[in-house]
Design a protein around this ligand. Structure first.
Ligand code: PHE
Length: 454
């Protein structure tokens, strides 16, 4: 068991690392995709409500468990409750992020491919149908997706091998602000396209008739996915937090930044989808079809500017994906290097290798394995659905139930208020406690079960 655990260098570094984990493909790729599949504004609204009511409490619980125990997602439960069996439940939250990583790497590879394409100037000055149709052609080819998948997975392993401070922290500090500025530029351009109005109203006028049970569960799954919850990620990162950091404040700022990014991504993508006559429900390729369309149209007037914007955009998407992917791998690596005899380096390469192998299946499910269906879903959709709509809610329940009902109340209070020194946190503590004990567990269970009840 590691004696001198690393901690993050500063409070700023903590927020950046958490935001780096939260903001990623979940916001830029997954959110617009689901909004398109589940009918727009009503889904967005549910996502926002679930983020505050059900996701934020889990964030706080993970942070409390992590910082209190200063251990990995498995060891934390053993330290805080040595006689109980909670650590076996903790193990779910060690395995699940590795499953997520296995398909996250695939989409990370796609972003790398799109960066290479924009570097080659391939999205500017072409026929529109070629630019939007490229995704379908790329994804069904046998080798190209596997190659970029391997490159992305290798990069993730390399960063995690170099450790929390030198690897993760340095990396996350400067990429987020750039992404924010670029997305803003793209939103402005996108909503000004002729025909974009339909996309904007799709995002702001709720059509409740489109809300199926699985849309409701998916909105919660997306809130969890986007904030990196129920997976031991926030727990693990919080175990590197300092005593004086403010858990409630950090959680709230991370959540706000994360939601803002998701909304911006939707407002960048949807107006362009409508302006270009694309199909909003077309699935995982949506942003890879609509964004090149934006760059291509922009390029009609300003070819050089448009090429540069495209390059910078896909570069920052890639960075955002990397900072989330490393947080997914870190959960397993922290577990393995602290609970087994393997070193940090060995754990990283072993887990990365396994995750990469599994990822090959998900990547091929768009090409040679496209006909394989599970419960009417492609293999890729099935693993994504299982992780975010089943495993994440289970993980989230484990954390809120442990903090709400198992941990001694004075310990919870101590972590949430830093020993009573944070006045505002002490004042809202009763509300927090109520949320964690009653609203969150009941809410999570109910929402997760909607698709089976209705
Ligand atoms: N939150 C990340 C994203 O939005 C994905 C993620 C999920 C990371 C779970 C860690 C844990 O891209």
């Amino acid at each position: 068991m590691a004696q001198n655990r690393e901690t993050f260098g500063s409070h700023f570094a903590v927020i950046m690392a958490m935001a780096g984990s939260a903001i990623g493909l979940g916001n830029i790729w997954r959110f617009p995709t689901l909004v398109g599949q589940y009918g727009g504004a009503a889904f967005v609204l549910l996502y926002l409500v679930f983020s505050f009511l059900l996701a934020l409490p889990i964030f706080y619980c993970e942070a409390i468990i992590g910082r209190r125990s200063r251990a990995n997602a498995f060891g934390a439960f053993r330290k805080l409750d040595p006689k109980g069996h909670w650590h076996w439940l903790g193990l779910i939250t060690v395995v699940a992020p590795l499953l997520i990583l296995s398909y996250y790497n695939v989409v990370g590879g796609w972003s790398a491919q799109y960066l290479f394409k924009s570097l080659a100037g391939d999205f500017v000055g072409r026929e529109e149908a070629l630019v939007t149709g490229y995704f379908g052609q790329f994804i069904s080819s046998a080798w190209a997706p596997l190659l970029v998948h391997a490159i992305f997975a290798g990069a993730v392993a390399l960063i995690v091998v170099s450790g929390v401070k030198s690897g993760i922290e340095k990396f996350t500090k400067w990429t987020m602000p750039m992404l924010f500025v670029l997305i803003l530029v793209i939103v402005v351009y996108s909503v000004c396209l002729p025909g974009a109005g339909a996309g904007v109203s799709y995002l702001v006028r709720p059509d409740l008739s489109k809300l199926s049970g699985s849309a409701v569960a998916s909105a919660m799954g997306q809130a969890f996915f986007s904030l990196s919850l129920g997976m031991g990620t926030i727990l693990t990162y919080s175990s590197y937090m300092k005593r004086q950091d403010n858990i409630a404040g950090t959680g709230f700022s991370t959540a706000l930044a994360d939601m803002l990014f998701a909304l911006l991504a939707a407002f960048a993508v949807m107006p362009a989808v409508f302006a270009g006559g694309l199909e909003p429900g077309s699935g995982p390729g949506l942003i890879f079809e609509s964004l090149p369309l934006i760059f291509n149209r922009m390029g009609a007037g300003l070819p050089l500017v448009s090429t540069v914007v495209a390059i910078l955009f896909f570069f920052s998407v890639l960075m955002a994906a990397l900072t989330s992917a490393i947080s997914l791998l870190e959960v397993g690596v922290a577990y393995m290097s602290e609970e087994t005899r393997l070193s940090r380096k060995q754990s990283t390469w072993l887990l990365s290798g396994l995750v990469w192998l599994l990822g090959i299946v998900w990547s091929l499910s768009f090409g040679p394995l496209a006909d394989v269906q599970v419960f009417g879903m492609s293999l890729f959709d099935a693993i994504d659905y299982t992780c975010s709509n089943i495993l994440m809610p289970i993980g989230g329940l484990v954390f809120v139930l442990f903090v709400g009902w198992k941990m001694p109340a004075p310990d919870v209070y101590d972590e949430y208020t830093n020993g009573g020194t944070l006045r505002f946190n002490s004042r809202i503590y009763p509300a927090f406690r109520f949320l964690v004990r009653y609203i969150a567990p009941v809410g999570i269970a109910l929402v997760a079960l909607t698709p089976y009840l209705f």
